[in-house]
Structures are given as structure tokens and as C-alpha cells.
Write a protein that binds this ligand. Structure first.
Ligand SMILES: [Zn+2]
Ligand SMILES: [Zn+2]
Length: 264
């Protein structure tokens, strides 16, 4: 696990001592809920500052009365796990004290706009944090979302879908780590058109599909072969609980699924 300790990210000390917990039933997954800049994916040097900002906002929130950042740990898009309240300390994030005593709280640095899709590295970081809490923090096997048992959208659609699948490591099987962080969708629809589309966005998507095992030429041309592979991928996703429109066009959902959906 790529742990970043409180000292390393420059945390303020808690206003009061943390409440000790011997263990919990498990872990709940959260997201930031606010806008997160989409280009955070290419700026890990921003992540420690983001942590300091989240902590400052939480400690200034008089309606909550938080003594510290509310989360037990936070995973950034680059797969690092930032220590929050840490092991054996009651979280403040789950909604009320019974919920806070029942589960730890790990948060992914995605929001409700901008960066909304967790990268493979982030999912691995969240998984690392969960296993750290299970192995050293007395966390039980439950992995749930903030919205389970509390009225909130948190942790957002993509992370909640991941929780419902059992919070697997990306790439499937054997606990192997997934590939690089998903690049942001380029905003261009990759589709069969005349003249043929030929650019680096097509090449990036083809490269990823080839890594997933699809028999596709990585040549940057979106031709009939790419369209056919795209449709087959969309059908395969839809048949395995990851619904996509089957249209042979790589839009944002299909682009993201190419990186985020576990390889079947
Ligand atoms: Zn939450
Ligand atoms: Zn980062």
C-alpha cells in the first residue's frame, strides 16, 4: 500500500483526542460529493493539498462539530492512501454515532462533477485501505456505501456500483493490480465515419482494448474492425451487469468502462 501518513501530508492535529474503537463490522465507502477537478488525474502533487483542504473544511464545519477530517482514509486517483483518522479511531463520516462506531470510512477523491469516475489506481488504493483496516484495524468483512442505511447520494453512482460488485480489484482475478489510471474521456466520439477517423484518441482506446485481450489492431484508425469490437464490448458489458448502449460508438461511458470494468 502506498500510504501517505498524516505527517507527510501536513495534517493538523485533532481538536480533541480521537475515540478509540477496537474494531468495526466493516468499512463504508464515500466520495467527496463536491466538484473535483477533472485534471486532478494528472496532478498527484495536488493531492496532499486537497487533503489539507478537506481537513480544514471539516474542522471548520460547526454544524458537524468534527474534531478532525471525518474519514478514516482517502484514496487519490494515483493509488495513494492518505491516512485520515487512521486505525482504531472512530470515524465521523457515516452520518451519526452508531453508524460511525459500526464502520470505518474510506473516501475516493471523486466528486459529483468534474472527476466522477474512479481510476483503476484509485480502486486499488481503496482496496488497499480496506484490507489495511481489516488486517490491522479490526474491521470486519462488510463493505458498504455511505448510502446504505443513511439518506445520501454518497458514494456516487460509479463507486457504489463497485461496492455492490464486492469492491473488487480492477483487472479481475488474483488480486493483481490494474493498469494505469483511466485517462479522461477526450470529449470526441469515436465512431465509424467518412472519411475514417484517425487520431491518438482512437489509438489510446485501441491500445486499452488490446490490453484487455480483444483482437484489435492498434493503428489509430476507427474502421469496421474497431466498430465491431466496440459493439461486442458494449454487449459483453451489458450482459455482465455494466449496461452500455450498444451502438459501436465510443462515448464517455464506453471509454470509461474500457479502463474501469474488471476484465472478464
Ligand atoms: Zn459519504
Ligand atoms: Zn494523488
Amino acid at each position: 500500500m502506498k500510504l501517505v501518513t498524516r505527517a507527510e501530508w501536513g495534517a493538523q492535529p485533532p481538536k480533541q483526542p480521537w475515540t478509540y474503537v477496537a474494531g468495526t463490522q466493516g468499512v463504508k465507502v464515500h466520495y467527496e460529493g463536491d466538484p473535483v477537478p477533472a485534471d486532478l488525474v494528472s496532478h498527484h502533487e495536488w493531492c496532499a493539498g486537497r487533503m489539507r483542504g478537506i481537513q480544514a473544511a471539516h474542522m471548520a464545519d460547526t454544524s458537524q462539530g468534527w474534531i478532525d477530517i471525518a474519514y478514516t482514509a482517502v484514496a487519490c486517483p494515483h493509488g495513494y492512501v492518505f491516512e485520515g483518522r487512521g486505525l482504531h479511531h472512530e470515524t465521523g463520516a457515516n452520518g451519526n454515532q452508531p453508524l460511525n462506531l459500526a464502520h470505518y470510512a474510506v473516501c475516493g477523491m471523486v466528486g459529483n462533477s468534474g472527476l466522477t469516475q474512479p481510476s483503476d489506481d484509485m480502486l486499488n488504493g481503496l482496496r488497499d485501505a480496506i484490507e489495511w483496516l481489516q488486517q490491522q484495524g479490526g474491521a470486519g468483512p462488510e463493505i458498504k456505501g455511505h448510502r446504505d442505511g443513511y439518506p445520501t447520494d454518497c458514494p456516487g453512482g460509479p463507486l457504489y456500483a463497485w461496492v455492490q460488485r464486492g469492491a473488487p480489484r480492477p483487472g479481475g482475478g488474483g488480486g493483481s493490480r490494474g493498469g494505469a489510471a483511466a485517462p479522461p474521456w477526450p470529449g470526441e466520439y469515436l465512431r465509424l465515419q467518412s472519411p475514417l477517423l484517425n487520431d491518438d484518441n482512437v489509438r489510446t482506446w485501441q491500445q486499452r482494448m488490446a490490453e484487455r485481450g480483444w483482437p484489435i489492431s492498434v493503428d489509430g484508425w476507427y474502421g469496421a474492425e474497431s466498430q465491431s469490437i466496440c459493439e461486442q464490448f458494449q454487449q459483453d458489458c451489458t450482459a455482465h451487469g455494466w449496461p452500455l448502449t450498444v451502438d459501436g460508438i465510443v462515448g464517455e461511458q464506453t471509454w470509461n468502462a474500457a479502463w474501469q470494468r474488471p476484465v472478464s
